[in-house]
Design a protein around this ligand. Structure first.
Ligand SMILES: C[S@@+](CC[C@H](N)C(=O)[O-])C[C@H]1O[C@@H](n2cnc3c(N)ncnc32)[C@H](O)[C@@H]1O
Length: 215
């Protein structure tokens, strides 16, 4: 872990375990995770790593599909919740993963990349632990995803409760961090050793889903 990086246990998501556990069943979260999972499921056979796994959204999907999977998250509360759901997971920063080179066939990162201080270092670390030809799938906020847009989307779709909080909260937190346009995400993949396969988007085009293959 790099000097100055938050240590496991210190991030604000420690207090959001119940919320993200509930959110993964909500329509907007499911829209994004289903979109992303199409690319992950089509990746090469072998184990999957989900970084910033939260309560285990992609770990659930991997288990349902019969793929072996491991989660990591900076928040130990998230890791404990993933354990409670029967998943293998450990506390770790995505920029310093505790795995040898070329361990995984597929890596997923949902709503995590914008939170890390150095997105390039995180992507390079994901490239390191993927096998050549391994598949990376990232869900991250687009440049147009901000709170007014999210509030309008939520109202248009009639979202309430967790669905409303998820879209508005993610837009609010994303605004304080790095956001990407499709070309920028593609360029970041390329710089970190990936070849972009496709960048698409969910939530009316505001949240990007990028898929790339490790070179
Ligand atoms: C917006 S939540 C998304 C959780 C989960 N992927 C989901 O979609 O339900 C972001 C997650 O990333 C984790 N996180 C934040 N910074 C991280 C880092 N540097 N390394 C690993 N996980 C991190 C947080 O603890 C949190 O669980």
């Amino acid at each position: 872990m790099t000097a100055g990086a938050p240590s496991p246990g210190s991030n604000i998501f420690e207090g959001m375990v119940d919320f993200f556990d509930a959110a993964r069943e909500s329509p907007p979260h499911r829209e994004l995770s289903d979109l992303a999972w199409e690319f992950a499921a089509a990746g090469p056979a072998g184990p999957l790593l989900d970084v910033g796994c939260g309560a285990g959204v992609f770990l659930d999907k991997a288990r349902a599909s019969g793929r072996r999977a491991f989660g990591t998250d900076l928040a130990v509360g998230m890791v404990r919740r993933a354990h409670r759901h029967g998943h293998a997971a450990a506390a770790s920063d995505v920029a310093a993963l505790p795995f040898p080179n070329a361990t995984f066939a597929v890596a997923t990162a949902m709503l995590v990349l914008h939170l890390v201080p150095d997105a390039h270092a995180a992507l390079a670390e994901l490239a390191r632990v993927l096998v050549p030809g391994g598949r990376l799938v990232v869900v991250t906020q687009g440049l147009t995803w901000d709170e007014p847009v999210a509030r309008a989307l939520s109202a248009n779709r009639g979202y309430t409760g967790v669905s409303h909080e998820f879209v508005v909260g993610s837009a609010r937190s994303g605004a304080a961090h790095r956001r990407f346009d499709p070309d920028g995400l593609s360029a970041s993949f390329d710089e970190a050793g990936f070849t972009t396969m496709r960048v698409t988007a969910g939530l009316d085009g505001h949240v990007l889903v990028g898929a790339a293959n490790r070179r």
